[in-house]
Every structure is written in C-alpha cells, then in structure tokens.
Design a protein around this ligand. Structure first.
Ligand SMILES: *Cc1c(COP(=O)(O)O)cnc(C)c1O
Length: 509
C-alpha cells in the first residue's frame, strides 16, 4: 500500500469535529482545547500507521482507527486535561501521617491564615512600622524560639532541605562524625550518606550498627572535623544489645573540642508528652471520670502502652536543653503543620544557614509561613495544642470514641446496602506513620467489610474511584476502615454513600 492510501484511511480533523460525541464535548469544554487534542491524536495515529507500514505486520493497528474509537480517545484525553488530579481524599487507612495522602491535615485557623494572606497582598517582607524591607523568616522566628528555648530559628521547604542546608552551611567542606547506627534511609531516597555527600561533607563513620560510645566519637576527632551529627533513626529501631551516648554527652564533647553538633530530629514533638500524659487531662480524654481508681496515668490498661512509647519520643526542647547546637525537624510530622523544615539553635550557626546562597533556592512560600505561624500559636498552651492540632487529636482519640464511630459506620453501611456486604467491628492498630515512631501503633477499632459479590481488591479500587477518593486497608480479602483518621461525620457519611453506590452498581449488572 502507498503511504497516501494509508493516510487517506485516517479521518480528518473535520470528520471528527462533526461527530455528536465531539460536538457534545465542545459544548462542555473549550473548542480550542478539543481541536488541539484532536490534531495531536490524529498526528499520533498517522505516525503509528506509517511506522506500522514499515514494519512487517502492516495494517495491524488500523483496527483502532474508526471514528468512534478516535472520538473516544479524544474525549478521555480532553477530560483528563480539564480535571484536577490533586483532589480531596478520605484516609480510612489508620495511618495518621500518611505521606502519600499528604501527611498532616492542618487546623482551620491555619487554613484561614493562608486565605487571608494569599487572597490579596500581605506583609511578607515589609515592616509596617518603618515601611522598610524585612525578612519573611521574622514571622516565625520569635514564636519558634519561645516554644523551643533556642536562641535562633529559620525555615526551609522540608526537613530534608533543612539537613542539606545545615550540613552545607556549618560543616564547610570538613568532616562530619556520625554513628553507623544513624546512617539511615528515611524513604523517598533520602539516604543520610548521600545527602552528606551532596552537601559537600565528608562522612566519618564511628561505632557499630548497634553500639557506639562517646569514646568512639572522641577518637575520631581531628583538625578536619567540622561537625558531630546525630540522626533520629525515624523509621526503624535497633533493639536488644544497643548503646548510644546521650544527647548531653555529645553536646559536651562538641563544646570541649569547639565542634558544632547537629541533631536531625525528624519528627519533632513540640510538647513534652511526658507531662501531658499524666493525671486528669489524659483521663478526661479517655473518658475516665475524675476521682475514679484510675485517676492517674499509672493505670495498667494495656491500651495505654503506646502512650509510654510516645512519651519517650525526644522533644525539640530536650534537644536544645541538652546543649545541641542545631536541631532540624519537619513541620508536617508530629508538629501537625504545613510541609516545612525547621532549623533552630545557636545564632551564629543559624545565621550561616540564612546567608548561604542555597537558602534562596530552598525558600518557602507565604502560604507555608501563614499556616506554620497559625499552627505554632496553638502550641502556646500545651492543652490547647492537644485539643486542637488535628494529628494530636487523632493520636489521643480514646479507643472508646473510635469504637462508637466504628459501630455507627458499620451499622450505616449495613442498613443502606441491602445485604450486599457483611461488616463487623474488630480490634486493630492505627499507625503514627510518616517515618515517626515506627514501633508505635495505637489500639483502635476497625470496620472490616467483605462481600460475596465483589473482591476486596475491586472494592478498594471502587472506593478509590469514588467522587471523593477513599483509601482503606486490605487484609485477608477484606476492606478495613479505621475511623481514627476519618475526619468528622461528614467523611463518615461519604464513606457510607460510596458503599451504597458500589453496591447498587454491582447489583444492577
Ligand atoms: C522525615 C525525616 C526526614 C525528612 O523530612 P521531610 O520533612 O520529609 O523532608 C529527615 N530526617 C529524619 C530523621 C526524618 O524522620
């Protein structure tokens, strides 16, 4: 066949634009977009047809090139460019800091602050008293210093950036001493040794995977040493025969040899949960009446085991108080704010970070500052933080409350779906997630749903494809829904609605 014969079989742009399907599409979407997509797709078909002719199995792709098939491709492609793919989702997985689902949900006041400063203009880099230029970092510096006890503070796009900037600014091409047990990969290919290399720092490993002593650090110090680094082993735990020096021992060693110390804390709990998780406040939270036998935290409910683990999470304040020179942590892990990386500590070292040209490349947007500022203000009072910061509310939500919600959810699903599903409420574990406190799971109640009419995997897929995507856990061919991470009755109702739609759809055919 001649090239011209092959090409003649392919419909023209006008043929396509005249079909009812595409006319309908043009009534909903911009004509120029439809025409552009049509041209692109016809171009691709022409290319493929010519390539096909040159290969041995000529004609094999021609079957797809009927007008209805091409129109269909165009409709899909146009709709894909019209729809936003970043959408609201419902997290029923029970993983609280779920990185793929956007980590920490932020407080209403943080959202309001984003709108206030972003709808129009803001005082981002201006001092309204003098009218002179100021720095965007001033807005959060004072409150961060207040909350952490650090003399200086600044902010970049995420904690990975904070570590990179701190290493590059402080170590200045010299060596950094780090324990072998701290050479971790945080996930998303953030590997400590690789980040150190990119920052221009030479790594000096000390100790063994499970044990390192202060003498190991001390013996590694030479005149090339520019830093002692401590990394929180976020997403894994070495247990058993282990040792590592206290923060204070390392801080003191640094001072003795005049070498800066850097602590990558990762999660960064701002409040001391040890103080909070005792006495009446916690009991109120768990619905234990005042003055009852279990009036103190020292009750022996196994449900409270996880609390003692959370309590042992080192706080930012403790890192500063131990005398560590610079501490870095995420704004969207335990802190519960927007994505961000905080760098706090000694003023001269924070100043070196601020004057590093990399700082400009890692600069945060005004929306980050707005949301972080509002979130930090919730921490001015510990109890206010626990009652308001969404992720802390989830972590501390008592099992009894989750149980009530799970039962309501289960009943509403069963009552609205005509026997399509079976559902029960079972014991389960929620996870803190986000590379924070890996071993720490929280007792919870899950609704486990299965159906004779649809497999758990298909059910999970249909839930994801709901008008508001819903993410559940799949175990033992059942979909598990953990109400701990489902926000409010509105999301609960949407879940019930989705189960109803899926049941109706799969019963009809
Ligand atoms: C999570 C984590 C990081 C990376 O922080 P991001 O805010 O995700 O960039 C770095 N170090 C540690 C110890 C962490 O836990």
């Amino acid at each position: 066949m001649q090239n011209s014969d092959i090409l003649r079989k392919i419909p023209s742009v006008n043929d396509i634009l005249e079909t009812t399907e595409i006319k309908e599409l043009i009534s909903e979407c911009p004509r120029s977009l439809v025409v552009n997509v049509t041209r692109r797709i016809l171009g691709e078909i022409r290319q493929a047809a010519l390539a096909d002719k040159r290969s041995s199995n000529a004609g094999s792709t021609m079957a797809d090139n009927t007008i209805p098939a091409i129109s269909n491709r165009i409709v899909k492609s146009v709709k894909k460019s019209m729809n936003q793919t970043l959408e609201k989702a419902i997290n029923a997985t029970g993983v609280i800091l779920h990185t793929s689902l956007g980590r920490a949900p932020i407080h209403e006041l943080a959202l309001k602050q984003i709108i206030d400063v972003s709808k129009g203009y803001s005082t981002l880099e201006v001092d309204k008293t003098t009218g002179k230029r100021s720095s965007r970092y001033n807005h959060i510096q004072t409150i961060l210093c207040e909350l952490t006890g650090a003399p200086a503070a600044t902010l970049v796009n995420n904690n990975a950036a904070a570590v990179l900037l701190a290493l590059n600014s402080i170590t200045q091409g010299k060596e950094a001493i780090v324990s072998r047990s701290h050479l971790v990969e945080i996930g998303g290919s953030f590997r400590m040794p690789e980040v150190m290399e990119k920052s221009g720092t030479t790594l000096v490993e000390v100790g063994s995977t499970n044990r390192s002593y202060i003498s190991d650090y001390k013996n590694a110090i030479t005149d090339r040493t520019g830093l002692i680094l401590i990394v929180h082993p976020s997403n894994f735990r070495i247990t058993g025969f282990t040792h590592s020096p206290d923060l204070e021992e390392i801080a003191n060693l640094g001072k003795e040899f005049n070498i800066p110390t850097l602590h990558d804390l990762g999660s960064g709990a701002l409040i001391n949960l040890k103080n909070i998780c005792s006495g009446q406040f916690l009991n109120n939270l768990r619905g234990i009446p005042c003055g009852s036998e279990t009036d103190t935290y020292n009750n022996n409910s196994p449900d409270d085991d996880y609390l003692s683990n959370i309590m042992s999470e080192p706080t930012v304040k403790e890192s500063v108080a131990a005398g560590i020179d610079v501490t870095t942590f995420s704004a969207d892990k335990l802190l519960g704010g927007p994505q961000g990386g905080l760098i706090i500590g000694r003023k001269d070292l924070i100043d070196s970070c601020k004057s590093n040209p990399l700082m400009r490349a890692l600069r945060v947007d005004k929306t980050t500052i707005a949301a972080l500022d509002a979130t930090l203000r919730l921490y001015v009072d510990d109890k206010k933080a626990l009652e308001n910061v969404p992720i802390l509310k989830m972590i501390f939500s008592p099992v009894t409350t989750v149980d009530e919600r799970a039962n309501r959810l289960k009943n509403n699903i069963l009552n609205n779906t005509n026997g399509f599903y079976s559902a029960t409420v079972e014991d389960g574990r929620s996870e803190i997630g986000g590379g924070s406190m890996p071993a720490e799971t929280i007792p919870t109640k899950v609704v486990s749903v299965s159906s004779n009419h649809i497999s758990a995997n298909k059910l999970a897929k249909e839930l994801r494809l709901n008008a508001i995507p819903i993410f559940a856990r799949i175990e033992r061919d059942m979909a598990l829904l953990d109400p701990r991470t489902v926000i409010g009755t509105e999301e609960e109702n949407e879940i019930v609605n989705a189960f109803k739609i899926i049941a109706d759809k799969n019963t009809a055919n």
